[in-house]
Design a binder for this molecule. Sequence first.
Ligand code: 13P
Length: 254
Amino acid sequence: MKLCMAANWKMHKTQSQAGETAAELVRILGSNLPQDREVVLIPPFTALHAVSQALTSAPGFVLGAQNFYPADQGAFTGEIGPDMLLDHGCSLALAGHSERRHVLGEDNEFVAQKVRFGLDKGLRMILCIGETLQQRDSGQLETVLHDQLSTALSGLQLSNLESRLLIAYEPVWAIGTGKVAQPEDIAQAHAYVRKELTTLLPQSGQSVPILYGGSVKPDNIAQIIGIDNVNGVLVGGAGLEAESMAQIAMGTAQ
Ligand code: 13P
């Protein structure tokens, strides 16, 4: 399974800034990017074209989108559909990021619709899951992860899911806070996610990559990537600068 090193640029960067950062990252990593990994850049919609241009003939790089509305087309003012993303060179999209769940009110059912619709359209999907501090402190970690995974994945019958689906475990309390989950917390949550995946997806669950997200930085990547069942990372703040994202992308287990 390839390691997936993904940078979610959230609502940051104009198109020229995004294009420049992507081009710089390609320049730094060049042909040094090991074969065992891919780098995914996930800019805002308005910068997809610029980043797509910067990634032309950059092997190992993938363009992703932060969101879409699960319909082909129609009266959905302000929304973007999967065909529009594919048309911009995107091959992957996020669904269920905690900011969309907690700031924009998306629930498990809506996230599930996006995962299924995106996969049907041929996008690779990163399903983001994770608990709030209050849920963790009240002993609901596994219940929350179970509900998020099972709503999105139960009965999914597609072939080759291991190359089309990724999970990102991002504890909400570790996002943008500088608080990294302890290695044992990450190991425990990822082991639980792996167990759930093998139950929900008997054919592919063992091989679906599980990424960790939440205050990943150049100085903790080696430790995080060495944890069992961590198959990559989803980076926010530290992925905004090319130099720092390059160090993360090249990270090897301690
Ligand atoms: P930070 O790396 O800034 O904590 O953000 C993580 C994240 O939300 C990636 O999707």
